[in-house]
Write a protein that binds this ligand. Structure first.
Ligand SMILES: Nc1ncnc2c1ncn2[C@@H]1O[C@H](COP(=O)(O)OP(=O)(O)OP(=O)(O)O)[C@@H](O)[C@H]1O
Ligand SMILES: [Mg+2]
Length: 366
């Protein structure tokens, strides 16, 4: 799959720009502040329905205007052309369209373009909050496992019902309705086990790939990744829920379950977050994403789009080259940004590539 046309209007520093990327490697270069990350941000909106740079989503709208739009013409893996549109009103949130039809269902849009992004902040996947690691594994399951997003939705809804009873008990002294509470706990147990099993088997499946890839970069390190269920080791979720009931009542929310799940990364038996250098962390993240892409395409027979912002930040040239080689081995459309084209001399060996220069709020193909 690939985007053959990207158009932006009133997006960040751009008025109206359009460019036609190639199916494989697209290099976007320009000076600091030229708008390289903004271009990636616009493409990212088509794949994720949100910005990767900010939680204040309306900041993508160009100053002194009210509506930003991004349009992408996509050729999917069956060769069918699809038109994806995204509009951001300053005050009214996002609106999406697929082939001209408006939809507010973000999942419909996200499902169209499986996308990954690598930025200088990506090492947060290892050193940041557990939610980022849960998102990593859920991204893959969302795209490849039929019914997974419904399962997560059912779990989330049940969790909020159970939490409402706990919160009302804690804050307002409302006695717990035991029948209701047991009902929500049983449902939570059922959905929670399915989520955990799915996450665990997915991670077991990519583990070997991650270990092998990491060895290619740093042969002396043995990486391992393990899923932590989010409840006490050696017990079932149901038993753990029961055992933690008193604590849940005391805190006013459910303290165990897949919403507390995490992935533990170790190198030679030590915590990766605490022992790897910043560059090594980035290598680990890039490898996880490559393993994810490979697994994704083998399970779904689909390809992905990969965005790489500021590739030169803390990845040396040899690593950069190996990283891009591995990505381009898979059938992936790649967008990379860099300040200098000299950071990309090694890409001379690729024939299928386009170079874009961002300058004076314009994007020009070279
Ligand atoms: N809503 C907005 N309206 C207009 N201009 C904006 C808006 N948001 C950001 N900008 C400006 O857009 C420009 C492009 O920023 P961007 O982060 O895309 O640059 P960049 O090329 O990635 O730079 P760097 O090399 O420093 O990462 C900046 O000058 C920024 O101040
Ligand atoms: Mg940038």
């Amino acid at each position: 799959m690939h985007l053959s046309l990207v158009q932006l209007a009133q997006f960040r520093n751009f008025d109206q720009v359009a460019f036609s990327p190639c199916e494989s490697l697209n290099i976007i270069h320009g000076a600091n502040g030229a708008g390289k990350s903004s271009i990636l941000e616009a493409v990212h909106l088509l794949g994720f329905g949100r910005s990767f740079r900010t939680n204040r989503q309306n900041s993508v709208v160009k100053h002194e205007t009210n509506i930003a739009t991004v349009f992408g013409r996509l050729t999917d893996d069956q060769g069918v052309e699809q038109k994806i549109g995204c509009t951001r009103h300053k005050s009214e949130g996002f609106e999406f369209s697929i082939n001209g039809e408006r939809t507010k269902k973000l999942a419909d849009v996200v499902r169209k373009i499986p996308m990954q992004i690598f930025t200088p902040q990506s090492s947060d996947l290892i050193i940041g909050q557990p939610v980022l690691r849960r998102r990593f594994v859920d991204w893959a399951l969302f795209h490849v496992k039929h019914g997974y997003s419904d399962l997560v939705a059912a779990y989330t809804k049940t969790l909020s019902q159970r939490n409402a009873l706990l919160r009302n008990y804690l804050n307002k002294g409302v006695p717990i309705d035991t029948q209701q509470f047991n009902y929500w706990s049983e449902s939570l147990g059922r959905y929670g086990n399915l989520i955990s099993e799915a996450r665990k088997s997915y991670l077991e499946a990519i583990n070997a790939q991650v270990v092998a890839l990491y060895r290619q970069f740093i042969p002396e390190f043995k990486i391992d990744l393990r899923y932590n269920n989010g409840w006490d080791k050696g017990t079932s979720f149901e038993d753990s829920l029961k055992a933690k009931e008193a604590r849940d009542l005391q805190y006013g929310y459910t303290t165990v379950g897949p919403h507390k799940g995490d992935i533990k990364f170790t190198v030679n038996g030590l915590s990766a977050a605490e022992n790897l250098s910043r560059g090594q962390l980035r290598i680990l993240v890039s490898i996880l994403q490559i393993a994810q892409m490979k697994m994704f395409s083998s399970l779904s027979n689909k390809s992905t789009i990969y965005l790489v912002d500021d590739i030169a930040a803390e990845l040396d040239e040899k690593t950069r080259e190996h990283f891009l080689d591995l990505i381009l081995e898979t059938k992936t459309q790649v967008f990379v940004t860099a300040i200098e084209t000299s950071q990309f001399e090694f890409t001379n060996k690729y024939n299928d590539k386009k170079v874009f220069h961002v300058e004076h709020n314009q994007v020009n193909e070279e």
